[in-house]
Each structure stands twice: as C-alpha cells, then as structure tokens.
Design a protein around this ligand. Structure first.
Ligand SMILES: [Zn+2]
Length: 427
C-alpha cells in the first residue's frame, strides 16, 4: 500500500476510528465502495423479496378466487339438494297416498267379493229350495194357477224377471269386481313406478351430498393454503423490514465514513499548513490514537459459560453460539456499530441486530433471548456498550445469550452466519 502524506495525516485522526476501527483514509475510501456494494446487494435482495411478496399476494388472490368458485359450486349443490329433497318428500307423500288407495281398493274388492258370494249363496239356496220343495212344480203351479192367458204371461214374466234380475246383479258384481281389480293393478304399477323414482332421487341426493363433502374438503385445503401463504407473507415482510433496516444502517455508516473523511481531509490540510511539526514518522500516531485496536475490534458479548458451539445440534443447524449464566448479566455490543433492529420475535425473543463495518466489511451480530433490551433501532453503539440483559425469552430453554455473527447482512436462510469463535472473544 502506498502511503501519501494525506494517508499518514488521516491515520492520526481520532474520531474516525471510534466507530469504524480507525483505518487509514485509503482503506476508508475502499470501505465506502465496499459499503456501497453491500448496499447494492441489499437493494437487490429487497427487490427479490418484494417480488416474492407480490407473488405471494397473487397466490393469495388466486386462492381466494378458487375459494369463491368452490363456494359458488357448493351453493348450486345446496340448491340441487334442496330440490331433490323436496321431490323426495313429494314422492314419499305420493307413495303413502297410493298405498292408502290400494288398501281402500282392496277393501272395496273384498266387499264386492263378499256380495258376490252372498248372491251366489242366495241363488244356490233358491235353486235348492226349488228342487227340494218341488220348485218346478210350484213354479208350474204358479203358472197353472193363472186365471187367464194374460195372467199366465204376467206370471211367467214375473218369474223370468226375478231370475234375470238375479243374473243381472251377479253380472254387475262381477263387472265391478273386474274394474276394481284392474284399478288396483294400475295403482300398484303406479306405486312401483313411484318407488323407482324415489330410489333414483335418493341416489341423486346421495351423490350431491358426496359432491358437497368433496367441495367442503377442497375449501378446507384452500383455506389452509391461504393461511400458509399469509404466514409466508409475514415472514417476507419481516425479512423486508430487516433488509430495509440494514440498508438504512449501511447508509448511515456510509454517511459517517464520508464525514470522517471530510474531517480527515480538513485536518490533513491543517497539518500540511503546520508542516513538519507533529509528524515525523508513519503509523506511530495511529497506534497511540487508537488504543482500542490493540484489544481488537471485538469484545465478549456477555459473561458466562460457553454452553453451545456453532453448527450441528440435532434440530437443524445452530447458527450461533450460546453463553449461559444463572444471574442476569448485561449483554454488550460485540463491536462498534449501528442497531439495525431491536424487537421481540417469537423465536428469538427480545433480540437486537447490530450492523458493524470493519474495514469496509459489513458484519451483523444478533443477540437473542434477552430479558430486556436497552438499545433501540437506529442507535449508534460502542464496543462493550450495554444493549440489554441476559434472559430466557422466545424459543429458549434456560437463561442464555444466543449470539450470531454474520459476515455480511443477516439473511432469512442465515447463509452468511460464521463461527464467531476465533473472531469474537468468548468465555
Ligand atoms: Zn443458541
């Protein structure tokens, strides 16, 4: 690296190093372009997430449209079920009516049969009594007893009339009986037709009910899918928020670097004016101006027992390390930086995300499960500055600090997570 007079002068500046590690101007110029690159990356990620959000929105609209279709289908099916149910009730009533009619016809037929039998008995009795009592003779007596021919004719006619009347009544009865029987046949045929229609209707109703159950199941699935999509959307929105905060933090870092550079340039000009007074050597000024550098950029985020390392741990990957303590110890910023996010998450509990810029490299640290948070979003924090208190909030079993280090911004898939051991001092 070529060291110009300006670089050396800048190295002597104090304010600059406090937040971003006190690096020479050349590196700071690079750091600004690195930060801008990081900002571009985040912007790209944000537009990806926005695209995902739009797609999720489309998907939700589509699912809602499908639900409306299914509901409209179900309404039609309901109407059809109502219609067939009405018809079933009508046919059932008609069947009852027909059965009653059959019973009535059977009774009428029975009565007619009895009448025919009685009439037959009567005729047989009469015939028998004619024979037994010499009916023919008596009959002849009747005829012979006539006083004149016309009387004879009258008597003969009377006898014939009586016999014919008997025959007529019998014929009439037989005709009635036949008519009733044919009526009964017709009604029985009607009944069997009605039963077939009823069975068809009941089958149709069963099919409709099965269709409705199927649609109901489909609707349930669509509702579940929509709920999932909403949940995914929430995740995306949280992601977008974090990205936006990170972008703002980087924007802030760029502004601070630029201000620091402007200050450095001004001081360099002043130093040049004074000329050969203060600086006879190179980096000596830098080291005395930045006592923090000797103890490193990083500090231990909490006092306690190192209870779990990075990676593995059965249930998916462990993207951080755990420091446990039975007392409520302070949690401190592991390096200088800007708080990206300070919020409560169902998994992380009370958590804080800090963006650090070290020689233009963005790092993100995460402090999770705290009992309380002291730093807020947008705060500029110093290495070792308290940001919260160790706790057991969110998805945590036992009081501990879950600490993550990401080389670059924090992402949903935690692809930038690295093992902090060897970088950040640990117990
Ligand atoms: Zn952990």
């Amino acid at each position: 690296m070529k060291k110009s007079a300006i670089t050396l002068a800048v190295a002597a500046t104090v304010g600059l190093g406090t937040i971003f590690g006190g690096t020479p101007a050349k590196i700071e110029a690079e750091s600004i372009s690195k930060l801008k690159g990081e900002q571009n990356n985040i912007q790209e990620k944000r537009s990806d997430v926005k695209l995902d959000i739009n797609q999720a929105n489309d998907k939700i609209s589509e699912l809602q449209g499908q639900q409306a279709d299914v509901k409209s289908d179900m309404k039609s099916i309901d109407f059809a079920i109502g219609d067939t149910t009405t018809k079933i009730n009508e046919k059932t009533a008609k069947i009852e009516e027909t059965k009653a009619e059959i019973t009535k016809l059977q009774e009428e037929t029975k009565i007619i049969k009895e009448r025919i039998e009685k009439r037959n008995e009567l005729l047989k009795d009469r015939a028998r009594s004619y024979q037994e009592t010499g009916g023919v003779v008596n009959y002849l007596d009747v005829l012979m007893g006539s006083t004149s021919f016309s009387d004879f004719i009258d008597r003969a006619n009377a006898v014939a009339t009586i016999m014919n009347a008997d025959q007529d009544i019998l014929k009439q009865h037989e005709a009635d009986k036949k008519e009733l029987e044919s009526k009964q046949n017709q009604v029985e045929k009607d009944l069997s037709d009605l039963k077939i229609m009823l069975a068809d209707l009941e089958k149709m109703n069963q099919q409709l009910n099965a269709q409705k159950a199927e649609k109901d199941k489909l609707l349930g699935t669509l509702i579940d899918q929509e709920a999932e999509e909403h949940e995914y959307m929430m995740d995306l929105k949280e992601q977008e928020q974090i990205l936006a905060s990170q972008e703002a933090a980087i924007q802030k870092a760029i502004k601070m670097e630029q201000e620091a550079q402007a200050r450095a340039a001004a001081e360099a000009a002043a130093a040049a004016a004074k000329n050969n007074q203060a600086n006879s050597g190179g980096g000596g000024g830098a080291s005395t101006a930045n006592p923090g550098v000797s103890s490193g950029y990083w500090t231990q985020p909490a006092v306690g027992r190192f209870s779990s390392g990075f990676g593995g741990r059965g249930d998916g990957n462990h993207y951080g390390v755990d420091i446990a303590n039975s007392t409520q110890v302070p949690i401190v910023a592991a390096a200088d930086g800007v708080v990206i996010k300070s919020y409560y998450s169902s998994s992380y509990g009370n958590c804080i995300f800090i963006s650090h810029s070290i020689n233009g490299q963005v790092y993100t640290t995460v402090y999770a499960h705290m009992s309380s948070r002291i730093a807020g979003s947008g705060d500029v924090v110093k290495k070792g500055q308290q940001i919260g208190v160790m706790g057991n909030t969110g998805a945590s079993q036992g009081q501990h600090l879950h600490f993550e280090l990401h080389k670059g911004p924090w992402t949903q898939d935690k692809s930038n997570a690295i093992n902090p051991v060897g970088i950040v001092p640990m117990p």
